[in-house]
Design a protein around this ligand. Structure first.
Ligand code: TXA
Ligand code: MG
Length: 327
């Protein structure tokens, strides 16, 4: 049985307050939300996604001022960044309060927080009256949802309610930036670009997201495991030049129109005008359409390695790794 789909924010908030799971639209991708302080509800999020509990969740707030409900400190760098980019697609890693359950943070001493730039999402969180833990609303490792329809297809029978917030405007997950240490570390490229962040805080280092913690709260890394992400079922290969395919049942994913289309059975062009924002907004839906074509393989051409192109290349690389091919 599939879940009720609604635009009634009051109804969805009541379900969250009662320990239910509500998928909701944000500007990045759809999230699968639960009351952050309700461990049973949070456990159901991991179960519904088939997500390993060593992968921590992002806590969503209605207002920047709510940060102190989950974070133990708010350093000046974090303050500067929230003033500039919140509400928006930037997640900050901060020292956590003890009241945030370990299940949410995978035992880490830090918590990931963001304020989404989406009116309905913020209303939902505000009416729920508690911060909302929410990973992307897709089964673990699969393509992220950018419409309510995508969520129904992937998780419709495992959630209590779906709040339809329309198509996600940004279309790629938030940027994850660790500001809990001395220097900011970029853990996941996303909707706010590295260049935009550096214009506020200076150069940032690149790091990788953790996969849980040992009993001392020290991140444990499981190489390769969490890189298997954002993946279609069809094999995806990245090719700098889209050469004519040997097998005609091949799809092509292009950033902008290009004349090297010959021999492909389906072609998806992400932006006619070569605009990275437009390409990001169309990306996951295009990957899904290609995945539905029963192709032998999908070939993707890399994006320019600037701005949102970095985040897009990151998602392509992970999708290719998952299907056994590499950049
Ligand atoms: O745009 C987004 O961020 C979406 C929407 C729903 O807000 N959410 C999302 O959540 O992408 P998820 O669970 O798919 O990705 C969360 C990322 C993971 O890579 C996780 O490892 C990282 O955030 N993360 C969460 N807590 C962390 C922490 N304490 N330290 C470092 N990384 C953390
Ligand atoms: Mg995800």
């Amino acid at each position: 049985m599939t879940c009720p789909i609604t635009t009634d924010v009051d109804r969805a908030a009541a379900i969250l307050r009662n320990g239910g799971l509500v998928a909701f639209g944000t500007e990045t991708v759809y999230g699968l939300g639960a009351n952050v302080f309700d461990v049973r509800a949070v456990a159901r999020v991991f179960e519904a996604k088939g997500r390993p509990t060593f992968d921590p969740l992002i806590v969503h707030l209605a207002e920047p001022a709510d940060i102190m409900r989950v974070a133990a400190a708010f350093p000046p760098t974090a303050r500067q960044l929230t003033e500039r980019f919140w509400p928006g697609p930037l997640t900050l890693i901060l020292p956590k309060l003890d009241t945030v359950p370990d299940l949410v943070t995978a035992g880490l001493h830090t918590v990931a927080v963001r304020v989404p730039n989406h009116r309905m999402a913020r209303q939902l969180i505000s009416l729920a009256g508690v911060p909302i833990a929410a990973p992307s609303a897709n089964p673990f490792g699969e393509v992220s949802p950018t419409t309510a329809d995508h969520v129904v297809q992937q998780l419709g029978d495992r959630i209590d309610c779906l709040l339809d917030g329309g198509p996600s405007r940004v279309g790629l997950e938030s940027t994850v930036l660790d500001v809990s240490g001395e220097h900011p570390v970029l853990l996941r490229p996303g909707g706010v670009t590295q260049e935009e962040i550096e214009s506020v805080v200076g150069r940032v280092e690149r790091g990788t997201t953790p996969s849980g913690a040992d009993e001392h709260g020290t991140p444990q890394r499981a190489p390769g495991l969490l890189s298997r992400h954002y993946a279609p079922r069809t094999r995806l290969a990245i090719q700098v030049e889209a050469a004519r395919p040997s097998n005609p049942h091949t799809g092509l994913l292009l950033f902008r129109p290009d004349d090297r289309w010959e021999g492909y059975s389906v072609v998806e062009v992400l932006s006619e005008g070569g605009d990275l924002r437009e390409a990001a907004a169309n990306f996951y839906a295009a990957v899904r359409r290609l995945d539905a074509c029963r192709l032998e393989q999908i070939v993707a051409v890399p994006f320019p390695e600037v701005g949102l192109g970095r985040a897009l290349n990151d998602r392509l690389r992970r999708a290719a790794t998952a299907s056994g091919t590499r950049l």
